[in-house]
Design a protein around this ligand. Structure first.
Ligand SMILES: Cc1cc2nc3c(=O)[nH]c(=O)nc-3n(C[C@H](O)[C@H](O)[C@H](O)COP(=O)(O)OP(=O)(O)OC[C@H]3O[C@@H](n4cnc5c(N)ncnc54)[C@H](O)[C@@H]3O)c2cc1C
Length: 493
């Protein structure tokens, strides 16, 4: 079937989580939003629980937030980016308050702040305890839908169109078939890639398709091996392939204990990579790992979503120990961008989880990703609104150059427009290989096996899995979330 063609001067925004919604809100003019479902639906943003980190509490300041971010990321992050994002966080929270997000408040009316692993103090703004993402999307999506500026195309982007001048458009598959949206400005806000794994906390559409689209268009990808595993997803469902329900870290911040065969084994408010590795180790030893929330004061009042998620599984967190396991949760790497979200390809920006901005280093600090989605979405909108098009220069201004050994490039594939190689969700086979051989703890033999198996499988999901595994094999060290059983962690000052 030949594609319908629509020419537009407006930017096309692919994805409608917090990053895409932030772009649409701040462009100050028309745009086209491509989203597989309704605005905000099926996004990781809507599933976010714990909240948004911002130095808004008494005695806190952005420098302390920056220090915690850098430390959690094993000092592998980009200092300028960390400084900029943590400084922007209080203004983002204020903007969301103004947009109608009903953050929880204490009796005095001040924002109520949660504590999560790796944060030196209470710093996480939340709604309904653990319903933050849904509340943010519920506030912003109707506002974007209500403006006449945003036209919504319900579909999936299959390919970026490029020519000698840079981006030339996006090929989308919607209910009527292929559609070419021809434009000189495209923003990728397609979210992360954790659903490339069988054991995942993410919506299944989040398998990383945007990374492949950008790579094929000629953008450099960075740090693909850096995948964060959340230590406490509910160990239910027996490998059915459905996303595993998450128990937010804020529950541990409120005092819940992790038990292995009944005894505590890790500092529960350590950064995620540390806790996930400890839980993994106990499970490999054949022990039962559970979260004990029974003693947490006002548990069900503070964490309303948790009560519901557990009830769906026949569990009561106020009475039962909750069986937990690590699950793939967040992609630190992605499409390499500068502070304005510019990629290597003129006219192509990336923001939110699909982008690798350098904020997270080797391990994301809890509740820093909604922050990144909101701040980078706004920065991209401002830059895309100003960019004069193909006659203008396209310089990127990343302060710390990223060394080639951290990056991946992809050859463009000709003649594959509209090809069905970009699936809606990753295949069962790919997800199994990723979870079994490219998971919390990796080694050279397992990674080599994974590459062999992924190379034999079709589809962009297998292609991306192979890239992740290759990068993981090449990085012969343990750093943050990238844990190699056969290579030591470098000494951290
Ligand atoms: C269960 C859970 C809890 C979390 N809790 C927190 C938290 O408390 N605090 C925090 O900071 N972070 C949290 N996170 C992480 C955070 O939610 C995400 O990193 C963030 O929301 C990403 O926003 P985004 O806009 O980049 O992507 P998303 O919100 O995922 O939106 C991207 C959208 O693009 C769509 N898409 C993908 N590919 C295509 C394509 N080819 N064409 C069209 N559309 C496409 C996706 O389906 C999705 O709808 C959590 C994540 C999960 C899964």
């Amino acid at each position: 079937m030949s594609a319908r063609v629509v020419e537009t001067d407006a930017p096309v925004v692919v994805g409608s989580g917090l990053a895409g919604l932030s772009v649409a809100r701040h462009l100050g003019g028309p745009c086209v939003v491509v989203a597989p479902a309704g605005l905000g639906e099926g996004t990781a943003s809507a599933w976010a629980q714990g909240g948004i980190a911002a130095a808004v509490g008494p005695g806190d300041d952005p420098q302390q937030h920056a220090d915690d971010t850098a430390r959690a990321g094993s000092f592998a992050g980009d200092t300028a980016t960390i400084t900029r994002m943590t400084q922007a966080a209080p203004a983002l929270v204020a903007e969301l308050v103004a947009a109608g997000v009903p953050f929880d408040r204490d009796a005095s009316g001040a924002l109520s702040l949660g504590r999560e692993g790796g944060h030196g103090r209470h710093r996480v703004c939340h709604v309904g305890g653990d319903r933050t993402g849904a509340a943010v999307v519920d506030a912003l999506a109707p506002q974007v839908a209500a403006t006449s500026d945003a036209a919504v195309v319900r579909g999936r982007a299959l390919e970026l169109l490029v020519d000698d001048d840079g981006v030339a458009g996006v090929l989308v598959l919607d209910a009527d078939g292929p559609l070419e949206l021809r434009t000189r400005r495209v923003v990728l806000a397609t979210g992360g890639g954790a659903a490339l794994y069988r054991d995942t906390t993410n919506p299944l559409g989040s398998w990383g398709s945007g990374v492949v689209l950008a790579g094929r268009a000629g953008a450099r990808l960075a740090d693909l091996e850096l995948v964060q595993f959340h230590p406490t997803s509910l160990d239910v469902g027996g490998g059915s392939g459905a996303p595993l329900p998450l128990v937010t870290e804020a529950v541990r911040g409120a005092g819940a204990h992790l038990l292995s065969d009944g005894r505590r084994f890790v500092d529960e408010v350590s950064p995620r990579d540390v806790v996930a590795a400890a839980v993994h180790r106990e499970r490999v030893l054949g022990r039962q790992v559970a979260l004990d929330c029974r003693h947490v004061p006002d548990l069900l009042e503070h964490f309303r979503g948790l009560a519901q998620r557990c009830a769906d599984m026949g569990l009561d967190p106020a009475r039962d120990l909750l069986p937990v396991r690590p699950a793939a949760h967040y992609q630190m790497g992605g499409v390499l961008t500068d502070v304005r979200g510019r990629t290597d390809v003129p006219g192509l920006w990336a923001c939110g989880e699909v982008a690798c901005t350098g904020l997270h280093g080797a391990n994301r600090l809890a509740s820093n990703s909604l922050l990144e989605a909101g701040v980078t979405g706004t920065a991209v909108a401002q830059d895309a609104a100003r960019w004069a098009g193909r006659t203008a220069s396209w310089a990127t201004d990343r302060v710390d150059p990223v060394p080639p050994e951290r990056t991946t490039t992809l050859a463009p594939v000709d003649g594959r427009r509209g090809s069905p190689t970009s699936p809606k969700i990753a295949s069962v086979e790919v997800r199994a290989v990723m979870s079994d051989l490219v998971g919390v703890v990796r080694d050279a033999d397992g990674l080599a096996q994974a590459i062999g198996r992924l190379d034999d499988l079709p589809g962009d999901d297998a292609l991306l899995g192979g890239l992740v595994a290759r990068r993981a094999l090449a990085r012969r060290e343990s750093l943050g979330a990238h844990l190699r059983a056969d290579a030591p962690a470098p000494a951290v000052a």
